[in-house]
Design a protein around this ligand. Structure first.
Ligand code: FES
Length: 118
């Protein structure tokens, strides 16, 4: 949970450390439920680590991390909406996936969380 995680305050939110960079591998997501509003899924796209909401905007299922990853997209395993992992844009016609800023620092992955109240 959030309370055990290292964090750094920023003007626009809070940077929260999630895991080591090496834990984020190609074609497989991992997720971190930080609080009620922030369930973050990490993926590796080419060499970059990206962070998106783990909660699908279609029916609010928290399974994006378990979606099929291919060519920079992830497909939700529930009803197969597909999203660009870098932008969160829906590849079809539905709502977009929320994205988070990511920073790799000293071998760890940090994400910027806004409106954190923990
Ligand atoms: S819940 Fe993800 S596509 Fe329906």
């Amino acid at each position: 949970m959030l309370s055990d995680r290292p964090r750094r305050e920023a003007d626009s939110g809070t940077w929260v450390r999630l895991c080591r960079s090496a834990e984020v591998v190609s074609r497989r997501g991992i997720h971190f439920e930080l609080d009620f509003e922030h369930d973050v899924a990490l993926f590796r796209v080419d060499e970059a680590i990206v962070a998106v909401s783990n909660v699908c905007p279609h029916k609010r299922e928290a399974l994006i991390y378990d979606g099929h990853v291919q060519q920079g997209t992830v497909t939700c395993p529930v009803h197969f909406w597909c999203f660009d992992l870098r932008t969160g844009k829906n590849v079809g016609s539905g709502a977009d996936l929320k994205t988070y800023l990511v920073e790799e620092r000293d071998g760890y992955v940090w994400v910027l969380i806004r409106d954190l109240d923990a």
